[in-house]
Design a protein around this ligand. Structure first.
Ligand code: FAD
Ligand code: SF4
Length: 361
């Protein structure tokens, strides 16, 4: 690891004064310190923002949910109002990593974490993402079972943030602050595909700090869910995940937002799934969904893993909150009923898992 300076800041202005010229923001430090220890990044200075109080806090107001970027994944997962009104976000935060990591990991750091591609994470390999002059993508001809199944022509990394999936589905916005002022960027513009910029994954510029994440208030009748599939039940990034946000009009779906996570270099919306869901009554998932996006190589591996997980109870229930009560009747639910309840009128018409299997077919 290189020698570096460490600056502790207590205000946003102090942090902005330090940024630029080789300095990097450090929040929880989980991803950043891993990258430094593996010699993948070597910042000359770390600007520690963990002690900036104004970057903390979760506020719910009439216009929506305001999240300080230092909100931890645990705080988001455990917040009763997020569990109730933004269930997919609470599920995504609560199913990432381990309890210890979730207590330290911040939302800002989570949506900014770098790719998990094992060639990128190893100092033994150069590749086009590292910007060292290499024009190689080792994943194209090498070991790629965890790599992108869509949009993988330039760089086959998959986007790693679980929280970004519901944030995109809920039309969240990210506030970026620099010495030049503030700007709001919608989640749909926040991530940059490798075809536009293979080195940086986001639109965040040097000298900019994420100072807030805003999620608009859900329309009446909104239901959301997130599901993650991994190779093992304990800590790991997903090998497939999806978030579904539906606006229900009685028993019909009026508006659908379906987002796939670790399928491509950026989280992507599945427009075909959204069209197929819109206007459908609940409890009647479409038998044959129209043609999905083109899939490439490593999809068979993930499809098998996702199918295998069908026997496991999923705590990310479409109809039941993780508070142990039915969202509709508020009746207490036994532990074994805290997943899909076939009689519940609050059921989503299509579970995230069905979306995933359809896209991976
Ligand atoms: C065992 C394990 C399992 C994991 N599983 C999952 C999983 O399933 N799903 C998932 O999503 N994640 C998973 N993670 C990743 C983990 O959630 C992230 O590493 C963590 O959220 C990063 O947050 P941090 O606060 O530590 O960020 P840091 O490491 O401090 O920062 C990460 C990056 O974000 C930048 N940054 C941080 N805050 C700001 C800000 N406010 N403004 C601008 N830039 C900023 C930093 O400069 C850095 O580039 C896992 C991690 C581990 C160790
Ligand atoms: S997938 Fe991207 S990060 Fe991984 S080797 Fe290819 S170019 Fe590098």
């Amino acid at each position: 690891m290189n020698k570096f300076a460490f600056i502790d800041c207590t205000t946003v202005d102090q942090a902005l004064d330090q940024l630029g010229g080789g300095a990097t923001v450090k929040a929880g430090g989980i991803d950043l310190l891993d990258l430094m220890k593996d010699d993948i990044v070597s910042p000359a200075m770390l600007v520690n923002i963990r002690n900036i109080d104004s970057l903390r806090g979760i506020t719910i107001s009439a216009d929506g949910l305001h999240l300080g970027p230092l909100s931890t994944l645990s705080e988001i997962a455990d917040h009763p109002e997020i569990q109730r009104s933004y269930s997919a976000l609470s599920d995504a935060a609560g199913h990432a990593a381990t309890p210890q990591v979730r207590n330290m990991a911040t939302l800002g750091g989570n949506i900014m974490q770098r790719p998990r591609c094992w060639y990128f994470r190893s100092s033994d390999f150069d590749c086009k993402k590292k910007g060292n002059g290499s024009d190689e993508c080792h994943a194209h001809a090498g070991e790629n079972q965890y790599h992108a199944i869509m949009n993988n022509g330039t760089c086959a990394m998959v986007h790693p943030s679980s929280a970004a999936v519901p944030l995109l589905g809920m039309d969240a916005q990210v506030e970026l602050t620099s010495k030049r002022g503030k700007r709001m960027v919608s989640m749909s513009d926040f991530y940059v595909p490798p075809e536009k910029n293979v080195i940086n994954e986001t639109v965040v510029q040097p000298g900019e700090l994420i100072t807030r994440i805003f999620v608009p208030a859900p329309e009446p009748g909104t239901r959301s869910a997130y599901q993650k599939y991994g190779e093992k039940e304990s800590f790991d990034w997903p090998i497939a995940d999806a978030g579904v946000v539906l606006v229900m009009d009685g028993t019909r779906c009026r508006k659908a937002s379906v987002v796939l996570g670790v399928a491509a270099p950026t989280p992507i919306r599945s427009k075909d799934a959204e069209v197929a869901l819109t206007g459908r009554p609940s409890m009647k998932p479409p038998r044959a969904l129209p043609g999905g996006p083109p899939c490439r190589a490593p999809r068979r591996f993930r499809k098998t893993a996702t199918k295998r997980s069908s026997s496991r109870p999923q705590s990310t229930a479409p109809c039941c909150s993780r508070l142990g009560r039915c969202n509709v009747t508020q009746a207490p639910l036994a532990k074994e009923d805290q997943h899909v309840n076939p009689t519940c009128s609050d059921q989503l018409p299509l579970a995230p898992k069905q979306v995933l299997l359809w896209c991976l077919r």
